[in-house]
Ligand binder design. Structure first.
Ligand SMILES: C[S@@+](CC[C@H](N)C(=O)[O-])C[C@H]1O[C@@H](n2cnc3c(N)ncnc32)[C@H](O)[C@@H]1O
Length: 269
């Protein structure tokens, strides 16, 4: 039996460093509990939890994001999804996160192609979203669409929420720990973009669990085709095999899309 004060104490120590303070405590608490359960304590427990947080979140930031500066820039930006100025702002912001940065060269083609079978889309659940909601301008959406986004970084979600509010989008954001709980909000489509490999570093069965439980008619799942360090290492074949193995036995419709920087599957339940 693990004492609650021990967990809370570890959570506090982990989040005392600015790099981890904006992460939802739900996730830090779960990882802290696991570290203590494995017999870790003191500095080694703090290091263990911080390493994991870096692996699943921190490693994707290409630089420290100055959110107040981003918000100031947003305020000066056009309030129209079709505006070049707004799209330039969005592309610049997406360039700050490795995952959206590597989607930039294929952005238009990616969403047009993957969403074409169900376009125009009326509701999206963007799980482990990163800065991907800033790609809304490039998605084939119905007028009055709704968008719900979640991730572990509360400061990033606050920028995404301000973006929704600035444009009058019917959008909401929520800090979540997808390994601890699956969102129950229904949607026409859920995005699980390049997140399964990341979540599997904490729970190896999370992929199929999410695919089964997410309340959406369609799920757009994708995988990276190279590592954060830029190496290919046979990743497309590896993730394709992994995905088909994960969904084996399921009577789901699957459409595969291959892009220069991403491998995607549209799952229809
Ligand atoms: C590879 S990035 C993908 C981001 C975005 N989906 C995209 O394609 O650009 C993985 C994302 O998962 C988020 N993440 C990691 N662990 C998570 C968890 N337990 N619950 C929710 N999000 C998580 C990270 O913060 C990061 O934004």
């Amino acid at each position: 039996m693990i004492d609650r004060p021990d967990i809370e104490n570890l959570v506090k120590k982990v989040q005392a460093n600015k790099k981890y303070e904006a992460i939802t405590p739900k996730l830090v608490r779960r990882l802290s509990k696991s570290a203590i359960a494995r017999g870790l304590s003191g500095k080694s427990a703090v290091k263990d939890v911080r390493n994991k947080l870096h692996q699943i979140g921190g490693a994707y930031f290409k630089q420290k994001i100055d959110y107040s500066q981003c918000l100031n820039e947003l305020k000066e930006t056009d309030k129209s999804l079709n505006s070049d100025q707004l799209q330039q702002f969005c592309a610049r912001m997406m360039g700050l996160h490795a995952s959206t940065a590597e989607r930039l060269p294929i952005l238009e083609d990616f969403f047009r192609t993957c969403l074409e079978p169900i376009a125009p889309v009326k509701s999206i659940l963007d799980l482990a979203c990163g800065l991907n909601p800033l790609a809304i301008s490039w998605m084939p959406l119905q007028t009055g669409f709704t968008y719900h986004a979640c991730d572990i970084y509360m400061d990033m979600l606050s920028l995404v929420q301000s973006f929704f509010d600035h444009l009058g989008i019917d959008g909401t954001t929520e800090a979540c720990d997808l390994v601890g709980e699956v969102p129950t909000k229904p949607a026409q489509i859920a995005f699980l973009l390049k997140s399964i490999p990341c979540l599997e570093q904490v729970d190896k069965d999370i992929g199929i669990m999410l695919l089964e439980k997410i309340q959406a008619d369609h799920i757009l799942v994708s995988f990276p085709v190279q590592s954060l360090g830029g190496r290919n290492k046979g990743m497309p074949d590896f993730y394709q095999d992994h995905f088909y193995e994960m969904i084996s036995g399921k009577a789901w419709g699957i459409k595969k899309f291959t892009f220069q920087t991403e491998l995607a599957f549209l799952v229809t339940k």
